[in-house]
Design a protein around this ligand. Structure first.
Ligand SMILES: [Cu+2]
Length: 341
């Protein structure tokens, strides 16, 4: 049977469209979506997979057709036919990718805005004066001896009026200002080789991240030593942790459960061990967890302390405090060995 080529093209088009739409929705490449942010990101991801899979079918299909249909005939030793210049075809393969790329750019920028990516810029990227403040703030962090912009003449008056000693300024991250929500919880996260330490309100410190479901939670991220990256795969968010400069993430959990927290920046030889858990509780369970930890604090049980190297402790003693209570994935001896190098 000889199908006319316009009809064949139409049939191929319909097949490729249906197959791409189906695979875009059913690729199963992403883990569970546990946050509002995840649903936004997954929408973009399935759109890109749909387009990518359609292109894959077209390109590989054309290749297979060419391999079989244009095989060299027996005894044919001549060159192939020389073809040049097909204006409509060139317009099509320039215009379609241009529209696709532009569409994806606009879509992804829209998601970035809806996740609050521009909120922080409005606040902290206000102009040259603010840039100087960031440098000054970095200077005031205990342990960081140099300022990134240390050579620049600083406007002293401006700085002292706007900034208290040691204050950190966040200027990067995702999430609408958390002050907008009454019940919002703010947690400080310290990244250090090779652990995350979570500082909750009321002095609770833990090696795991506990949050309530259906409530915005603000994470203020800091790094103690080198660059780390705070990654929540099931929440589809990742943010750099930068020594001397606080960054921020606002997350909205929509599913109870336990999810991994992973460092996504190669931060040293034991980087692979730098992971912990995020536990999303129901509101009641979260309150119960807080009560339990407060009771432990009241009884004088020191769960953990902020990572400040104490002069009266050896390296081993200092590191020991982080290991047991926080269930780190790494033995104290290994940490000690690293520190002493
Ligand atoms: Cu790390």
């Amino acid at each position: 049977m000889n199908i006319p080529s316009p009809i064949l093209t139409l049939l191929v088009g319909i097949f490729v469209t249906i197959a791409s739409l189906w695979y875009g929705q059913n690729n199963g490449l992403m883990p569970v979506a546990a946050s509002q942010e995840a649903e936004l990101v997954d929408g973009l991801f399935s759109t890109m997979i749909t387009i990518g899979f359609g292109l894959f079918l077209l390109v590989e299909g054309a290749l297979l057709v060419a391999v079989f249909r244009f095989r060299r005939k027996d005894g044919d030793e001549g060159d192939g036919e020389h073809l040049e210049g097909n204006i409509p075809l060139e317009i099509v393969w320039t215009a379609i990718p241009a529209v696709v790329v532009l569409g994806i750019s606009i879509y992804s920028f829209d998601i970035y805005t809806r996740m609050g990516g521009l909120e922080l810029m409005k606040h902290d990227m206000g102009g040259p004066g603010k840039m100087v403040e960031v440098a000054y703030a970095a200077d005031a962090v205990p342990g960081s001896s140099t300022s990134a912009l240390g050579e620049l003449p600083l406007e002293g008056d401006l700085l002292e009026s706007d900034l208290s000693e040691g204050e950190l300024i966040s200027e990067a991250g995702l999430g609408a200002p958390v002050e907008m929500a009454d019940s919002a919880l703010s947690i400080n996260v310290q990244g250090l080789q090779y652990a995350f330490i979570f500082n909750y309100p009321d002095g609770i410190v833990d090696g795991e991240l506990h949050i309530p479901v259906d409530e915005p939670v603000e994470l203020k991220l800091n790094a103690q030593d080198v660059l780390h990256a705070f990654w929540l795969p099931e929440f589809r968010v990742k943010q750099d942790m930068i020594p001397g400069q606080e960054t921020r993430l606002v997350i909205n959990a929509i599913r109870e459960g336990t999810y991994p927290v992973v460092c996504a920046e190669l931060c040293g030889p034991y980087h692979g061990g730098m992971r912990t858990q995020l536990i999303v509780h129901s509101a009641e369970d979260y309150a119960a967890w807080v009560d339990e930890r407060m009771a432990a604090l009241d009884n004088g049980e020191v769960i953990a302390s902020l990572p400040t190297p104490a002069a009266d402790k050896t390296d081993a003693e200092y590191l020991e405090t982080f290991v047991d209570p926080l269930q780190l994935a790494i033995a104290p001896e290994s940490l000690t060995a690293l520190r002493s190098e």
